[in-house]
Ligand binder design. Structure first.
Ligand SMILES: [Zn+2]
Length: 412
């Protein structure tokens, strides 16, 4: 267990925050620091064909140790951390034999990680937790995934009696800014299927995610002195208000769960002459997703018709762009890849928790690029902030799951 802790800490103490405002890949030069470190480590533990390309995508191979044909499978995770919270100078704290009580992350700033608020903590009573010092995120998302993949490969190398096919390892930059899969060379990776090790709680296994689109709606207006505005002024902010009111009021993130989709207004910026409204559209169901996008256009058309005479041209311009799709469509035809993961979990004593992701993963993009890619837990909780933590036991179990998947895939 100490070995896995040391490995994890050697990753999280390297700052790899990504940056959505950058156009380069990786988006930040500092991601190379960990990328180069990982390349050396992969070589050092004995993996072959260790490569890093000009965009810092890392790939490596563990060759098959059986004579019969076995599908090539891959394990993928990302080494960047979210720009939502600082990842510089991470100082992890290790809490052994967690007693189920409040954890003081930072006494000076009175930052407490409490099971009263984060009930999940109680699942890990008696275990070893790694937390932050309250001033940074931890980076278990997704350096826990990297730790598990490297540890599993090392274990397989040291235990040649465990039979497996060819295994590929893939580490990406920039997942947190939605670009982890963009420059991932699926052909070069050469796998029949893969798993991202990027879920949260122990047992999580996910192969369904949202269909996602973003909409930008621009409202025009006409500014006139308010004292003389009757019949003349058009206030674009009020048009935006009208638009928002025409959306189903209960279909918002704060009132939906499981398979319920939503519209989420996340930006509104306006003056009388022009207002820009930005929202995202999410739904697991493809038809409902299309219907949601259609509703945006229907409302826009209605407003345009209403003001056609007075304004003379379209007063409301709706631009809707697809962002990613539900991987279920790509995973269902090869459902055995989910079943193998499920079986692997059960064989190492974990109860699988299969549920739809209310978001996207790199795996969804990879699935549409031809690499079906469900998501498996990496073990961390409270991603993207100072309350992030990971139980070491969960990382150990995830490592065992990887080893077991390799083994099950090679069974005749
Ligand atoms: Zn992640």
């Amino acid at each position: 267990m100490q070995h896995i802790i040391d490995r994890f800490i050697s990753y999280v103490t390297v700052d790899t925050e990504s940056d959505p405002n950058s156009n380069t890949t990786p988006s930040t030069a500092k991601q190379w620091d960990l990328a180069n470190q990982l390349v050396e480590e992969l070589k050092q533990i004995g993996l072959q064909e260790v490569t890093i390309d000009e965009n810092a995508y890392i790939m490596a191979t563990l060759p098959s140790n059986v004579d019969h044909e076995v599908p090539t499978i891959g394990f993928v995770s990302h080494f960047d951390t979210t720009p939502d919270f600082t990842g510089a100078n991470v100082t992890p704290q290790i809490i052994e034999n967690y007693d189920g009580k409040d954890i003081v992350l930072n006494a000076a700033q009175n930052i407490i990680l409490s099971p009263t608020y984060f009930e999940d903590l109680l699942l890990y009573k008696g275990q070893t937790l790694i937390t932050t010092d309250g001033t940074t995120l931890l980076g278990a998302d997704d350096k826990a995934g990297i730790t598990e993949i490297v540890s599993a490969m090392e274990y397989l190398i040291q235990h040649p009696e465990i039979k497996h096919g060819k295994i590929r390892v893939g580490f990406t930059p920039d997942e947190e800014i939605g670009r982890g899969a963009h420059k991932f060379d699926v052909e070069k990776f050469g796998c029949d299927w893969a798993y991202t090790m990027d879920g949260s709680q122990i047992g999580e296994l996910e192969y369904e995610n949202f269909n996602a689109a973003g909409a930008k709606i621009t409202f025009k207006g006409k500014s006139v002195h308010p004292g003389y505005a009757k019949g003349k002024m058009i206030n674009s902010m009020l048009l935006a208000n009208e638009f928002i009111s025409a959306l189903p009021e209960n279909e918002v993130p704060e009132r939906t769960s499981d398979y319920e989709g939503f519209f989420h207004v996340h930006h509104l910026n306006g003056s009388i002459e022009e207002t820009v409204l930005q929202l995202i559209i999410r739904d697991h169901d493809k038809d409902l997703f299309e219907a949601r996008k259609e509703l945006i256009h229907t409302i826009a058309t209605k407003i345009n018709n209403q003001y056609a005479k007075q304004f003379g041209e379209d007063i409301c311009i709706a631009e809707v762009k697809d962002q990613y799709y539900n991987m279920r469509e790509k995973v269902e035809p090869v459902f055995h890849i989910v079943e193998i993961a499920e079986k692997a979990m059960k064989e190492v004593g974990i109860t699988p928790i299969i549920k739809p992701i209310r978001g996207g993963t790199d795996g969804s993009q990879l699935s549409y690029k031809g690499l079906p890619c469900p998501n498996i837990f990496a073990g961390g909780h409270n991603f993207h902030g100072k309350y992030e933590y990971v139980p070491v036991e969960s990382m150990v179990k995830a490592t065992e799951v990887i080893v077991k998947i390799a083994e099950l895939t090679a069974q005749k």
